[in-house]
Design a protein around this ligand. Sequence first.
Ligand code: C2E
Ligand code: CA
Ligand code: CA
Length: 658
Amino acid sequence: MEWNIAAEAISLVMMGIIWVYARKGSHLPTLKNRIFQWCLLVTFSAMLTNILSTILIHQYRRVPMGLTWTVTTVYYILTPLMGLAYFLYAVSVIYTESLQVKKIMAVGMIPGVLYAVMVLANPFNKLLFDINSREGYTRGSLVSVTYLIFYAYCLASIVLTLANHKKIDRNIYHILAAFPILAVLVIIVQEMYPEVILSGSAATCALLIIYLHLQNKQISLDYLTGVPNRQELLNMLKIMIKKAPSRKFVLIVVSLRDFRQVNNTCGQQKGDEFLKEVCRFLCGIGPQGNVYRFSGDEFALLYPQPDEGRIRRCVDEIQNRMTQPWQIGDYCFRMSAAMGAINHNGEEETLEKTINAIEYAVSQAKTGKCGSFCYCDKDMLDKLERRSQVIHILKEQLEKQSFEMYYQPIYGVKKGYFAHAESLMRIPHSPIGPIYPDEFIPIAEETGLIVDITYVVLDKVCRFINRLTDQNIPIESVHVNFSAMQFSQQDLEERVLEIIRRNHTPMSAVKIEFTESTLAESTKAVTEFALHMLQHGIKMGLDDFGTGYSNIATVINIPFGTVKLDKSLVWVSMDNEKSALAVKNLSHTFQQLGMKVVAEGVETEEQRKRVEEFGVDQIQGYYYAKPMTADAMVEFMRSNGPEVRPAGNKAECRGTFA
Ligand code: C2E
Ligand code: CA
Ligand code: CA
């Protein structure tokens, strides 16, 4: 039969193009990527030898017999091996995460190896084909084994894909399922036109589909800057850590400060150009091929073989560059950067820990506590470990609502008894011992857990007020602390009202305290919230006055029931007459505006006397009572609350709890 190799020749060219594209850029050294390259090599070689062998067989009288034999033998080996390569590719995609992958592959290769041995034995037994000077090329009695092996591998790929359809991504499933179907279609067409060789066209189509959907490098590149994206970095780190957990590498993340400002003032397009410019600069000085876009305004530099001197120079260059202005079109501006770095040496053995460590280092650099460059050392890793333990405990205690509320009584100076209290959250018991608010509140705020914690706190406080009421122990109000984060919630007002109503607690018995810095941070939201809550009878209190930078006009605009002077103001006014005068006048101003003034942090008799001289209305401090459990507070209020007039003396009050 005369064979038509036109389709095969065109497919060979297309195959070459796919191969060139698929080799562009750096690839992660994953099993899947390596096998894909192998698929391309085997297919390209099979097609090439198919064409050459067809030509040589056609011209068998004019070319040396040994050459025709060699090329045809290679073709016979490679054709079913294409099936094997696709099968191995399917295995590597389906079993990416499994430790079994290598075992499955080894078993899958057995028929291919046996077949290769059969081809190598063919010159002696001619079971597959024969080429001689009399008849040219003739098929052997077992030639169908070649096709059977190829189709068996295709069938195995289909079975494997169908059997695992639940655990693989839908897109991948469709692609893997499509490509054996394509093979079947080609067999049908091949049967209809036996003289046209179509096996190469089928293989090219299959690999083109895989290339476009699963292996395309563009998927892993950042569209704007052209460098690999965050996902690619995560994949790379995962491979590096998995292969050698104790392997040393350095990761640096450069975070642009206030990048949003560039977008806001110069427009998004200029912002994009600026990012490209920064990326070009980093690619120029950073590790070649290992600069990644980590997030919108963050880039990562990965040094797989750390060289301390080179890294130091790179960091210096970035820091120097950030002191110079950037020129983007007509715009010229300066931009500072915060940099975090980790030196991986097996301490943070998982990808998650590595990413947490680098993000923590960047966040520390952003606070400026360690300058603009923060290196995550052992000490910081320990802190990070503790932090993740605290997060875990907070989540757990929030879910079980098992954290405790303590209460600190607030003394009414003119009334002479304790009519109010502040609720303070406590974690006295946890697997890592007691955790104090100074530690867990900032973490709860950073992680956003504080939002739900506050609702649980409010609920517990309502139940505590009800408990006092049920026992006929009057209390005018219990203060609840609200963090700034709370004001980013759309349904804050409804949630607060719903909790108090559900508990049937009088609205006037709840006072919401928020700090001066919260007010400064979200003035509009806080002002609106405060005015609405006041309409429902819920009281408002300003906390920590004197620590933030709130605009006095804003403070005046919100009808706070109380303003709490921060402990630092109380303490500084003890030995500084100017401060004392300022605090005294401030107190009077607030009182003239109709607010009650509370002095916080009063620990000694002298401090008590001093704040009373200032004319404050209420006093909160260790002098009277430390925060205590709900049970202790019930007893405290029973003997020192509004019903008992005048209040017991200091000794009585302090003796109520340990
Ligand atoms: P804060 O709202 O200013 O609470 C007053 C803090 O001052 C409490 O610390 C209290 O124990 C302490 N304190 C009271 N009197 C004295 C004193 O005479 N001397 C000294 N040195 N300290 C005194 P605590 O309970 O450790 O709470 C610290 C901060 O944690 C609170 O400051 C508040 O900002 C936050 N926090 C505590 N519980 C909660 C809560 O349930 N929700 C929210 N959002 N924050 C809370
Ligand atoms: Ca407070
Ligand atoms: Ca306070």
